[in-house]
Write a protein that binds this ligand. Sequence first.
Ligand code: ZN
Length: 91
Amino acid sequence: MSIARERIDRLQTLAASAAADGDDDLAREYVSLARRIAERNRLRFPREFERSTCDRCDRYHRPGRNARVRLRDGHVVVTCDCGTQHRYPYD
Ligand SMILES: [Zn+2]
């Protein structure tokens, strides 16, 4: 596993932990940093991380707090507080 990948995984853990603690600003900083590392190294976020974050504003989504989640046509539709919608297949 590459160092960049390890750092992204570590930042995912930190972001999830910060979000669980209610520190959304800190979570966002971790997501933002992870995204810069991913872009620099041409890596994608792990799927769970990708689906927990907004690729426009870097929020770490916490449904009911900074994102709304709906099921529609076999998809999960997540609407971020910034207005961006993300659609994922339901599985
Ligand atoms: Zn957003």
